[in-house]
Design a protein around this ligand. Structure first.
Ligand SMILES: CC(C)(COP(=O)(O)OP(=O)(O)OC[C@H]1O[C@@H](n2cnc3c(N)ncnc32)[C@H](O)[C@@H]1OP(=O)(O)O)[C@@H](O)C(=O)NCCC(=O)NCCS
Length: 188
């Protein structure tokens, strides 16, 4: 756990130009605190201790303003900047090295139980402040979601989407080339 905290804090220090020291990040960054609480809550969740898992996540919500359901699966290097108002649902999955700003929702659209209701976010994705990503959709690796976008459909890798409902405004074909064998015609 100690090693994880240091690694995650170093990642935040690298990503946030406003962060001045590792100590500042460890003591004062709600995104890091929420992640630590989540790792503990998730440990209880996968062992079916649902009430204690939920208690930890609600305690974390009070402390940080960030609500992560204990069932959510989160990779390494998640940076939740500012944090207040972030909601991450039970069946959401987040890859490695993702950045999420305040006010982001990774939410569900249905009320069915025991099915995937929340988004799957790939590696290196950036989700701008206030964006709502809704339903069991896929956000491709290295995609960017604009501030205040409402995303209701899959987003291709290396694409930038903005607006309500979110539409693709850019694709970084150069970066994408040779990296992922996906035909964009299928997405657009
Ligand atoms: C979406 C985003 C990543 C795009 O950045 P970019 O790659 O530099 O793209 P551009 O600025 O060239 O924008 C491309 C187009 O989308 C539009 N656009 C960009 N962001 C938008 C947004 N959030 N909502 C609506 N339209 C947006 C631009 O006006 C531009 O349109 P145009 O081609 O008609 O002129 C960025 O604008 C953004 O929203 N980042 C989130 C940052 C954030 O939340 N910061 C919070 C800090 S506290």
């Amino acid at each position: 756990m100690f090693k994880m905290i240091i690694e995650e804090a170093k990642n935040i220090l690298k990503k946030d130009p406003a962060a001045k020291s590792l100590l500042e990040v460890i003591l004062l960054y709600p995104g890091l605190h929420a992640l630590i609480y989540h790792r503990i809550a998730h440990w209880f969740y996968v062992r079916k201790h649902f009430v204690i898992a939920r208690w930890i996540s609600q305690f974390a919500r009070h402390r940080t303003g960030i609500e992560i359901h204990p069932g959510a699966k989160i990779g390494k290097g998640l940076f939740i900047d500012h944090g207040m108002g972030v909601v991450i649902g039970e069946t959401a999955e987040i890859g490695d090295n993702v950045t999420i700003f305040h006010g982001v929702t990774l939410g569900g659209t249905g009320k069915e139980k025991d099915v995937k209701r929340h988004p799957t976010v790939g590696d290196n994705v950036v989700i701008g402040a206030g964006a709502k990503v809704l339903g069991p959709i896929k956000i491709g690796n290295n995609a960017k979601i604009g501030a205040n976008a409402v995303v209701l459909k899959d987003v291709p890798p290396y694409a930038t989407v903005v607006g309500i409902p979110a539409k693709v405004v850019k694709i970084d074909y150069e970066a994408f080339k040779d990296k992922e064998n996906i035909v964009y015609g299928l997405w657009l």
